[in-house]
Design a protein around this ligand. Sequence first.
Ligand code: NAD
Length: 460
Amino acid sequence: MKSTFDVCNPATGQVIERVIDGTVEDAVWAVDAAAAAFPGWAATPARARSDILRRCHELMLRDADVLAALISTENGKSIVDARAEVVYAAEFYRWFSEEAVRGEGSYSEAPAGGVKTLVTHVPVGVAALITPWNFPAAMAARKVAPALAAGCTVVLKPAEETPLTALALGRIMLEAGVPPGAVNIVPTTSAPAVVSAWLAHDRVRKISFTGSTGVGRALLRQAADRIVNASMELGGNAPFVITADADVDAAVAGAMIAKFRGSGQACTAANRFYVHADVVDEFLEKFGNAVMALRVGPSSDPESQVGPVISSRALARITALVEAAIADGARIAFQGKIPNSGLFYPPTLLVNVPFGAQILSEEIFGPVAPIVTWTDESAMLASANNTEFGLAGYVYAGRLQDALRIGEQIAVGMVGINRGIVSDPAAPFGGVKQSGIGREGAHEGIREYQETRVYSVDWA
Ligand code: NAD
């Protein structure tokens, strides 16, 4: 008899489902299955792999309502956010169905003559994929689709809070024609043991991890033992800069998305708002009004815009961060309302946040917006860059030149210019500094699952 674990709705605490708790033995078995399926999948013509991925996209959209309901039940996000995630996730299958058939290489003559050089790209092998709970469909799709497009087979460990969406994607992939063994999903409460077993397995040639910087760092150390190719999508601490001549209404609309999507639990979430002194009063009033109008509640309420946070630990952490900010001199300017029960934190705007406050250096991962007023651009940029993270940033400015000048000086992988969202399957997603290594999506995404191979041909 296999042991199981409970998956709960964070809005109500109710158990939704019990899932088999994967063991190290299961983990090894999954790699063996992926390794057995690898030669066949890698040899499948790219057009056939592409057609299957395209079918995954279509089936996800066919099942969008069911998938959105599942995501919002196990993750807690509003049904609107969950639907948007399904469309975003499905797009990775479509995008990589298109990339699958755009294999590239080169044929050239060595400078000394007498030798021709052929360069091609081959699938790296079995890939181990580890995903977080905050985008249960999108983070899985963003890894699985390029891996399959490249000809790799995979083992996937979803977060234990949200395994049901990954399992639903697994069923969709089987229906679409992904052969058995090509995708192996192992939900587990023993993440360290399962992932260590994968990194120790001689058939695993790739790890792609999305999650916190601390865990990523530990996995990189383990990957070093067998020199496993590693891609890391880690934490963020995005600054959101508003200049004196920015369109304040547009900045408020962007701030609402960048801050409150998924209750602020996105790696790209705006973590710190740097608002120029000339517009701070207007911005605060309009942002405050928008925050007070937000409807916070469980996803079973179709009108709800902001759901709960993922766990009581997360709730306690956010509460402590806000208390520390107040101790640092900040003040709550606006705070929304929440239901009487459930893991909800009220949408909160903090003002008078000093440049050195702890809340500016940590990933809040909750619906709290600290607002810093600036006048001196270089001091603002120094504060914006005073973090180990470098994932995303946002700039709202009246002139594109100013937005780009400021954007160029923020040390991040992605900058939103006059928009509150940077994610796009067709754009390379990833960070600098301790926010990660590698890129997902776009043309770069498939290359993360390929090795470059050279044939050096005697032409004398
Ligand atoms: P987490 O690091 O705790 O967990 C992520 C995944 O790693 C989960 O599947 C978890 O079970 C697994 N895990 C945890 N400890 C492990 C260990 N010791 N060994 C192996 N696996 C382990 O992160 P989280 O709390 O689930 O997610 C939030 C974090 O993810 C935030 O820091 C957020 O910024 C980051 N994130 C980054 C991106 C990105 O693309 N850069 C996207 C989404 C989330």
